[in-house]
Design a protein around this ligand. Sequence first.
Ligand SMILES: NC(=O)c1ccc[n+]([C@@H]2O[C@H](COP(=O)([O-])OP(=O)(O)OC[C@H]3O[C@@H](n4cnc5c(N)ncnc54)[C@H](OP(=O)(O)O)[C@@H]3O)[C@@H](O)[C@H]2O)c1
Length: 285
Amino acid sequence: MPEQPDRYLPREAANDVTDESDDEERTVVEMTGGRLKDAVALVTGASSGIGEATARALAEEGAAVALVARRKDRLDALAVEIGRSGGRALALQADVTAEAQARAAVRRTIAELGRLDILVNNAGVMLLGPIVDAPTQEWDRMIALNLQGLLYATHAALPHLLAAAQDASRGVSDVVNVSSVAGRRARSGAGVYSLSKFGVNAFSESLRQEVTARHVRVSVIEPGAVRTELFDHVRPEVRERSTRSFANIEMLQAGDVADAIRYVVTRPRHVAINELLVRPTEQEL
Ligand SMILES: NC(=O)c1ccc[n+]([C@@H]2O[C@H](COP(=O)([O-])OP(=O)(O)OC[C@H]3O[C@@H](n4cnc5c(N)ncnc54)[C@H](OP(=O)(O)O)[C@@H]3O)[C@@H](O)[C@H]2O)c1
């Protein structure tokens, strides 16, 4: 095996947390400076789109980043890329709809990176289509990931976020929940997706009230249309209709949303950006 620079610790493969064993291969890549120096972030859905761009942005700011998703090869590649740019990343393969895996991802983050300051609940799926005659497995998938996955990751992370907010380094910690414009406005053809994102907003506001006095900031990010793989999972007949409505507008890039998240988590301790709606300029609804 070729010699690795010091900043690369064993990095043959992503750290699989689909079981609880400690002997999995892992990817740990070291490190840089910036506004989030000494902070540790965990980003769910880091294997593509907004999550991938957010992981890059937080690493650029100096955070060590735990990358969580199911596609191990993508996480590995991103961890190596972040490492080569002088950052530090830990690739953790997990399906966050399984509570044990969400919990294990948080536990491995603490074990490998030492703390947790920022949780970005980004993993999500948008299976659009009319309510009438919908395949109800699509509803199950959206509820399982957009709501339960977010709840499990948040529950597992909160003790560590509360502890991080009390120590001297930043004196504050962050839960960033990626919701949607669909979390503010329900539309036909997006009933259960909207249900899930309205739920994210409601849960976020309740949590905010519970923990804000202890300096855990809770934020919702509500993107409009972003060019990512999200639309690829929509049934073809529905996808055609929904992509048509965005055909003539310049959609957001994943990096635009990552910029918003970067902004939220780099505010001074006394500033909490609780809600941020980010649409393409040309998007009307
Ligand atoms: N794109 C938009 O227009 C838009 C607009 C508003 C809001 N959003 C929200 O933005 C978030 C990110 O979406 P995106 O647009 O970046 O789409 P994306 O590229 O499809 O990203 C979704 C991410 O979630 C991960 N994921 C899926 N199932 C998972 C599971 N069971 N456990 C762990 N990770 C899982 C995927 O990775 P694996 O498949 O590797 O697990 C992927 O990394 C979602 O919450 C979405 O609702 C997107």
